[in-house]
Ligand binder design. Structure first.
Ligand SMILES: C[S@@+](CC[C@H](N)C(=O)[O-])C[C@H]1O[C@@H](n2cnc3c(N)ncnc32)[C@H](O)[C@@H]1O
Length: 271
């Protein structure tokens, strides 16, 4: 009986979401939709994004998350910020990551990256404009990915999450923030022409690409109570499992080991 009620509630919630969520993302082809997203962020709405992030408290709350060490960025040496927007997350990475850590800002909108560069006024981050579903980076290039309110801009999260799993080193960490299918999330979906996620579907998409749902975070207790701020989660890419005989072999001195001559394997990421 309890299960039937739960399923009924779930079904009703899915129906409400279907009706209330921004639907353009499903009605247009991927190319049309992405071009409208690029235009949206290139244009005046993108220009005021930095202000709306401050007014909505997203940027200050993100700062508190980093400063308090609840997400400790000083663990990492190569950090990729996907969908950097106005540099809301990079701003905090610059303050909390190790001084020698490399930081790459990445966005579909070259105009947003120009604004982020101007706003951050730091020579440190490298900026790359491209689509998160086809990232121009080698496999296992980063030990951390941060991604705030971006995944909801692609209709199916799997191609984006698969790219995360590919460019992340084994043992790497993702800090993911995505719009939830709550009342405030549904309003956001219309303002920013994006979709929303239920925790369950986002979690199963992460599982599908081999990223482990490590822990859910909340900006504050009030956010948790009122389900505000979105789905904030730390994901882990598992370490490579070494077979015992491989481990024993790799512990032996490598008699034939030579340094790579071309350094093709040691080059920095495409920029
Ligand atoms: C709401 S802003 C997020 C800004 C920032 N990350 C934050 O936490 O506030 C979303 C950003 O994602 C970018 N974006 C949308 N679709 C993208 C895609 N397919 N690949 C890369 N970036 C994308 C947009 O251009 C925009 O700058």
């Amino acid at each position: 009986m309890k299960n039937a009620v739960r399923n009924l509630k779930k079904g009703a919630k899915a129906q409400v979401r279907k009706l209330a969520e921004f639907r353009g993302i499903k009605r247009q082809s991927l190319t049309q939709y992405q071009s409208s997203v690029r235009k949206l962020y290139d244009g005046p709405r993108g220009a005021v994004l930095k202000f709306s992030s401050i007014i909505s408290l997203h940027e200050p709350l993100m700062g508190a998350l980093f400063r308090s060490g609840r997400f400790d960025a000083s663990r990492f040496s190569r950090i990729l910020d996907v969908g950097s927007g106005a540099g809301q997350i990079i701003r905090h990475l610059l303050k909390t990551a190790r001084p020698e850590a490399e930081i790459v800002g990445f966005d579909l909108s070259a105009e947003m990256l120009r604004r982020a560069r101007e706003r951050l006024d730091s020579p440190r981050p490298v900026f790359v404009a491209a689509d998160m579903m086809q990232m121009p980076f080698r496999d296992a290039s980063f030990d951390c990915i941060t991604c705030g309110y971006v995944l909801e801009h692609i209709p199916d999260p799997l191609p984006g999450l698969s790219e995360f799993a590919r460019v992340l080193k084994p043992g790497g960490v993702v800090l993911l923030l995505a719009t939830e299918d709550s009342l405030s999330g549904l309003l956001t979906s219309h303002t920013w022409k994006c979709r929303t996620f239920s925790r369950q579907e986002l979690r199963s998409a992460c599982d599908n690409v081999g990223l482990t749902w490590q822990r859910e975070l909340w900006f504050t207790r009030v956010h948790q109570l009122l389900r505000l701020g979105g789905i904030l989660v730390e994901l882990h890419k598992p370490e490579l499992q070494t077979a015992p005989e491989d481990a024993a072999r790799s512990a032996l001195p490598q008699q034939n080991a030579v340094a790579c001559s071309s350094h093709a394997c040691c080059q920095p990421v495409a920029q």
